[in-house]
Write a protein that binds this ligand. Structure first.
Ligand code: GLU
Length: 435
């Protein structure tokens, strides 16, 4: 795969905690709360035996980390990727904790994953693996405990298998145990494009704050999975110019702009974006340059949207970024060192724990609908999502300008207020030692 998971000084979790340490310097919170937030609550590693189509047995490593559940049951996706490892899943669970607090959902944070190349499995092998993962972790999840959902290379069909397996084990119907399900199994309207749509609402708010209004802002999107495609099409429909798009195999660039819908259609057929204009498609006549993922990040565009893997913008390439705004639709695409360089250059980074919170927000709506049995119209989902994202953006923007900090620190401060209030409400050192 071409997405470079750049080596950094330390693992992803250590890097994530450095962001938190930076936020601690700007907010007065109890030692107890600081210490609670530095460690994951539960770490589970499982070995999943799967009978392969050729009769052989493969053993896959799976993980589920529940980082903090002070504010409610933990919530977070399950990813299938060859590079899945424990520090990565722990960092992602950590970010889910702060993400849920940023948008004030009554949840803590979790994440899971399996080290596997899902594209190398048949559909039946994928189903057996997904059910096997639930067999292994069923005692640790549930609607009031921990609620999985899709993440990288998992989708609604996989969630359908997982909720079915959970129901078989528990001998009851429990749709709220897993979100991101197919509509027919209790999914929510509007969950499919929620991450991209939430990012779109946030980017619109960010651009409103710019004094100069670009005629038609130019956008480069790295990653063309669920989040990347949906934000590209929403921005395109709104008159933005999508000049570059990539996937794990490479990218395409045209300063005149692309129309994302047909790219998606051809990607689905050819399995790669970069093939779209190069292998006899109907778009053959459209001018384009082939670019690498690394080149995409350095293009002269207004807005850069990393929507793929972590660690894409590092100390090595941060100085070459030309966009005035980066919207982190992926989790952790910018390293700690790169953050400092981008801040020095005056580039505004809208952090992942705000920018991509649309997915978990609509997962929350799905969970509410499952629990009440009252299913919402799509308009209601969009309306409530927009309200939640806008309120979070405004609150974080205000913190950033009042305290003269970047948006990432402001987002952590915003989340920390909610998290520490919940942690401290169980008692603080001062409370227990005062007469
Ligand atoms: N996997 C998504 C994320 O990283 C969605 C989480 C959820 O819906 O629980 O935010």
């Amino acid at each position: 795969m071409e997405f470079r998971v750049a080596p950094t000084d330390s693992d992803l979790f250590t890097n994530a905690k450095r962001q938190l340490d930076r936020a601690f310097q700007h907010i007065d919170i109890s030692d107890d709360a600081q210490r609670c937030l530095e460690h994951p609550k539960t770490v589970i590693q499982v070995s999943i035996p799967v009978r392969m189509d050729d009769g052989s047995l493969s053993i896959f490593q799976g993980y589920r980390v529940r980082y903090d559940d002070t504010r409610g049951p933990t919530k977070g996706g399950i990813r299938y990727h060859p590079s899945v490892n424990l520090p990565e899943i722990t960092a992602l669970a950590f970010w889910m904790t702060f993400k849920c607090a940023v948008v004030n959902l009554p949840y803590g944070g979790a994440k899971g994953g399996i080290a596997v190349d899902p594209k190398a499995l048949s559909k039946l092998e994928l189903e057996r693996l997904s059910r096997g993962y639930i067999d292994a972790i069923a005692d640790f999840i549930g609607p009031d405990v921990d609620i999985p959902t899709p993440d990288m290379y998992t989708n609604s069909m996989i969630m359908g298998w997982m909720v079915d397996q959970y129901n078989i084990i528990k001998r009851m119907k429990s749709p709220a145990a897993i979100t991101g399900k197919p509509l027919s199994l209790g999914g929510s309207l509007g969950r499919d494009d929620a991450t991209g749509r939430g990012g779109y609402y946030i980017l619109k708010k960010r651009l409103e704050k710019l004094n100069k209004s670009a005629e038609s802002p130019t956008i480069a999107v790295q990653g063309f999975g669920n989040a990347g495609f949906h934000i590209a099409r929403l921005l395109y429909d709104d008159g933005f110019k999508i000049v570059a798009i990539s996937d794990s195999k490479g990218g395409i660039y045209n300063p005149k702009g692309f129309e994302p819908y047909s790219i998606k259609q051809f990607k689905d057929e050819t399995k790669r974006v970069e093939a779209v204009y190069c292998e006899g498609s109907v778009c053959n006549g459209i001018e384009h340059d082939r670019i690498t993922n690394a080149e995409l990040l350095e293009l002269d565009v207004d807005v850069l949207i990393p929507a793929a893997m972590e660690n894409q913008i590092t100390a090595k390439n941060a100085d070459c970024v030309q966009a005035h705004t980066i919207l982190e639709l992926a989790n952790g695409p910018i390293t700690y060192e790169a953050d400092m360089i981008l801040a020095d250059k005056g580039i505004i980074v809208v952090p992942d724990i705000l920018a991509n919170a649309g997915g978990v927000t609509v997962s929350y709506f799905e969970w509410l609908q499952n629990r009440s049995g009252d299913y919402w119209e799509r308009d209601k989902v969009h309306h409530r999502l927009q309200r939640i994202m806008s309120e979070a953006f405004e609150a974080i923007w205000r913190i950033a300008s009042d305290r003269d900090v970047d948006l990432r620190i402001a987002a952590y401060i915003h989340a920390l207020k909610r998290l520490t209030e919940a942690i401290d409400s169980k008692g603080t050192r001062e409370f227990f030692t005062s007469k």
